[in-house]
Structure formats: structure tokens, C-alpha cells
Design a protein around this ligand. Structure first.
Ligand code: HEM
Length: 180
């Protein structure tokens, strides 16, 4: 994944728990990189190791770390670093969700080595839709839940998220029914 992901994890840990904890997390993960470069690609393994080590050092389950990270990604990383892209994604939560299938297409133009997730929307009603999440990466569905919570905060909208199909439990891909 692009270094901006690992950088955002560093930012989240340092702002919430201090730099010492971040150094401890990197040491435990045996990662000897002082600073991640945003537009350089790193093996996914590094990101997974950081999340696992953060889980041990901070005493929180990995799913919780990923969820908090998803919120941070939307509310800080994306908003501060890519405000125009986020604004172009939609003016309301439903509009943004309906545009999600195309969202990373624009990012691929800036980051050609991006391996983005693929989203699809179905079953749209007045106040709900079903979001299909496809990826080759394991274990990231809690990250998606955090991203959705971050978006709900961004648009000041109360939502309910139902994890309707779970890839880890044998489904072909993850599906979330989002009601607002
Ligand atoms: C301007 C804002 C955003 C930027 C710059 C961005 C960029 C990225 C980058 C660099 C990665 C790592 C993948 C790689 O390097 O190959 C990634 C992954 C991911 N992004 Fe985005 N993203 C943005 C917003 C969003 C939003 C709003 C969502 C969904 C609500 C989202 C969903 C995801 C997911 C789920 C992954 C994990 C990778 C996977 O599932 O395989 N992103 N994104």
C-alpha cells in the first residue's frame, strides 16, 4: 500500500497516544523505517504488522484499531490532504455512497500503483442502500465500517450499518446495508 496509509496510522497513534507508543509499536513489529514516504509503495505486510503490533501495545483488538483508523482516514487524512476530492465525492451521505464505485478511479490517476477496493451499490431505497465491498486483501471489513462512520460524521447524518454478508464467514464478498 502507498506510504500514506502507514503515515496515517503513525499520525493516529502519535496524536492519540504519543510518539513513544508509536516507536514501541514499530519496534514490536520489527519495522526499521523512520518515516514513511506518502507516494512510495510498501508491501501490504508492513501495514498488517503495524496494525497487529498496535493492537498488542495499545491493548485493543485489531478490528477496533482498523475501525478507529477508518474514521481517522475520512475525518483527517482525506479531509486535510484531499479536500477537493472529498468535496467532489458528494454533498450528502447518500450521494457520496452512490459515487463510491467511482471514487478511487480519480485517485488511480495520481497514484498509478494503487490497488483500490471495488465498491458496488444495489437495493437503493429512500433511506438505505446495500454496499458491496470487493478486495483481494483479507480482514479489512472493520476498516470499511470505520470509513462509513467517518462519512456519517462528515455529513452529520445518523446511520445504522448492518454487516449483511461476511466474507470471513464464507460469503463471496462483504455486503453492508446502510440506513440513514
Ligand atoms: C481522497 C480520499 C482517499 C484517498 C486519497 C484514498 C487512497 C487510498 C489508498 C492510497 C489506499 C491503499 C491501497 C494501495 O495503496 O494500493 C486506499 C485503500 C482503501 N480505500 Fe481509499 N482513499 C480515499 C478515500 C476512501 C473512501 C472515502 C473510502 C470508502 C468509504 C475508501 C475505501 C478504501 C478501502 C476499503 C481501502 C483498503 C484497501 C482494500 O480494501 O483492498 N477510501 N485508499
Amino acid at each position: 500500500m502507498y506510504g500514506m496509509v502507514n503515515k496515517a496510522i503513525a499520525d493516529l497513534v502519535c496524536s492519540g497516544f504519543g510518539e513513544d507508543k508509536w516507536e514501541e509499536i514499530k519496534a514490536k513489529a520489527a519495522i526499521d523505517i523512520d518515516f514513511f514516504i506518502s507516494n512510495e509503495s510498501y508491501p501490504d505486510e508492513i501495514t498488517y504488522k503495524l496494525v497487529g503490533s498496535a493492537s498488542e501495545v495499545l491493548g485493543l483488538p485489531p478490528a477496533k484499531i482498523l475501525e478507529v483508523f477508518g474514521e481517522h482516514w475520512v475525518l483527517k487524512t482525506a479531509t486535510e490532504g484531499y479536500g477537493d476530492l472529498m468535496d467532489a465525492g458528494g454533498a450528502t451521505l447518500p450521494e457520496f455512497l452512490e459515487n463510491l464505485p467511482n471514487f478511487h478511479t480519480r485517485i488511480v490517476m495520481m497514484m498509478p500503483r494503487l490497488q483500490p477496493p471495488r465498491f458496488e451499490v444495489s437495493d437503493r431505497t429512500n433511506n438505505s442502500l446495500r454496499l458491496h465491498y470487493h478486495t483481494h486483501r483479507p480482514g479489512l471489513s472493520p476498516f470499511v465500517v470505520g470509513l462509513l462512520r467517518g462519512l456519517a460524521t462528515r455529513f452529520d447524518t445518523v446511520i445504522e450499518i448492518k454487516h449483511a454478508a461476511v466474507k470471513d464467514a464464507g460469503a463471496e464478498h462483504d455486503e453492508f446495508v446502510i440506513t440513514w
